[in-house]
Design a binder for this molecule. Structure first.
Ligand SMILES: NC(=O)c1ccc[n+]([C@@H]2O[C@H](COP(=O)([O-])OP(=O)(O)OC[C@H]3O[C@@H](n4cnc5c(N)ncnc54)[C@H](O)[C@@H]3O)[C@@H](O)[C@H]2O)c1
Length: 428
């Protein structure tokens, strides 16, 4: 979200100047606590974090951690990855930032030797549960990337471990900390959009979703391209949709009552097991539907979450709010719009007043003016502050839990072709 900056460097300079601490302080997720959480200045006040899984996302989050280390009085104490080349890349990044960090090929060694205050788990999905549970049981707070786990049982076990140990379990849904979403949600929850009738979301890409594999063994293919195989991932569901079902639940302040869905491999018939094309409908108890689709062989429509109310619409990804009754365009503009859209040439075919119901051409307005933040950094700042406090809002943890559970129920709906509801044992 850098549109007002000419270059990425300008943007980073501005970030370094202002930091995002002020943005974060305004976040309702931190205001949830009655007293302010002091950051402190001394080394003894420092929060010590370790990163487990230094692949693509692990390195992205490391970059954010470098940027926020000073302002949050945090130290990256250790890194862990089972794959030496990825670990080496992350160590190099730390060296370039003049940071000396310990590195481990085994997370158990890291836990016992470093005893960090918190860990950031950025491993493939099927590795989340046992790592998270072991860390929580060792008394360490956990930030785990979305989706929570590969199975419903593991997801519940992670949540139970959080409850039993009293340690934080924050799930990597960065939109939760994004000021565009926070402001949009405030308006939705205040009733500004009126009655929500539908939520629609989609995520479309046009690429094979493959990573380069260093040799041609099946073992390495599955290790690197884990998101293409069902044993490790539910593909588009856990990797992409999990973010957007979280947004829908958050907007409606509810979880669904059922889901139906379908999916197939239409284009990328290259040995992968996960669908390249999915469509689902989640229903809520007030009759609202969340209508979802994702595909990776056309990117024209990109990604969006659209909340459709009888008074207005919000499109989060593009930071837009549209009133259902926008102020009228000045006369001449209206005339030009009508000519351009061919309004005067339309023939009455469906009765005297037939007008084509094509989309309204109205640009709407931004939800927030200032977009100079990284939501992925804000969520990490939140995690650090929660560690200081020793707790995070339970509502936040539940956002992650419910999104993960309903993502996996969506997979069951696709696999069985049935309408799926929430089994009793996963209700929390
Ligand atoms: N929130 C977001 O926007 C976002 C974006 C991308 C990825 N992610 C999530 O981040 C996670 C990682 O995705 P990625 O693209 O970085 O994958 P990746 O394959 O690039 O990286 C995963 C790393 O974990 C390592 N690993 C595997 N098992 C391990 C273990 N037991 N202990 C330590 N390290 C282990 C692998 O060697 C690899 O380096 C996934 O859960 C993904 O959904 C989130």
């Amino acid at each position: 979200m850098t549109n007002q900056y000419h270059t990425r460097r300008d943007f980073l300079k501005k970030m370094a100047r202002t930091g995002s601490v002020a943005t974060l302080a305004a976040s309702p997720w931190l205001n949830a606590f009655s007293e302010n959480i002091a950051i402190g200045k001394n080394p003894s006040d420092r929060v010590r974090l370790a990163v487990i899984g230094t692949g693509s996302r692990g390195k992205q989050l490391l970059r954010h951690l470098f940027r926020i280390a000073k302002t949050t009085n945090m130290e990256i104490c250790a890194l862990c990855d089972v794959y030496q080349p990825h670990l080496d890349m992350a160590i190099n990044m730390c060296n370039k930032n003049h940071l000396k960090v310990k590195s481990y090929l085994n997370y158990e060694d890291l836990i016992s030797k470093e005893k960090p205050d918190g860990v950031i788990i950025t491993t493939p999905l099927h590795q989340h549960a046992h790592l998270t549970i072991d860390c929580l049981k060792a008394g360490i707070h956990v930030f785990c990337e979305k989706a929570m786990a590969r199975t419903l049982e593991e997801t519940k076990a992670m949540y139970d471990a959080h409850r039993e140990t009293g340690r934080i379990l924050q799930v990597g849904h960065q939109r939760v900390f994004n000021p565009v979403y926070l402001e949009g949600m405030k308006r939705i929850h205040n009733g500004e959009l009126g009655q929500i009738g539908q939520i629609r979301a989609y995520w479309h890409r046009n690429n094979d979703w493959r990573r380069k594999v260093p040799d041609d063994t099946e073992k390495m293919e599955r290790f690197i391209n884990w998101r293409l195989y069902k044993k490790y991932s539910a593909g588009l569901l856990t990797e992409l949709m999990s973010h957007q079902i979280q947004v829908a639940n958050w907007a409606l302040q509810k979880t669904p009552v059922s889901v139906t869905g379908t999916g197939s491999i239409v284009f990328w018939k290259d040995g992968r097991e996960v669908e390249d094309n999915i469509a689902l409908i989640y229903s809520y108890d007030n009759g609202v539907q969340f209508i979802y689709d994702s595909m990776i062989s056309n990117k024209k429509y990109g990604l969006e979450e659209q909340v459709l109310g009888h008074k207005g619409t919000i499109e989060f990804e593009t930071n837009r709010y549209y009133s259902e009754t926008p102020p009228p365009a000045p006369g001449i503009l209206q005339l030009l719009n009508d000519i351009e859209s061919g309004f005067f040439e339309k023939v009455n075919i469906g009765g005297a007043s037939w007008i084509p119901e094509t989309a309204v051409k109205y640009q709407g307005e931004p939800i927030v003016e200032e977009t100079d933040f990284y939501d992925s950094a804000l969520q990490l700042e939140g995690f650090i502050q929660y560690i200081r406090k020793g707790q995070a809002p339970e509502k936040l943890i539940l956002e992650g839990y419910n999104a993960s559970i309903w993502t996996l129920l969506g997979e069951i709906a696709i696999d069985t072709g049935e309408k799926v509801t929430l089994p009793e044992e996963y209700k929390v």
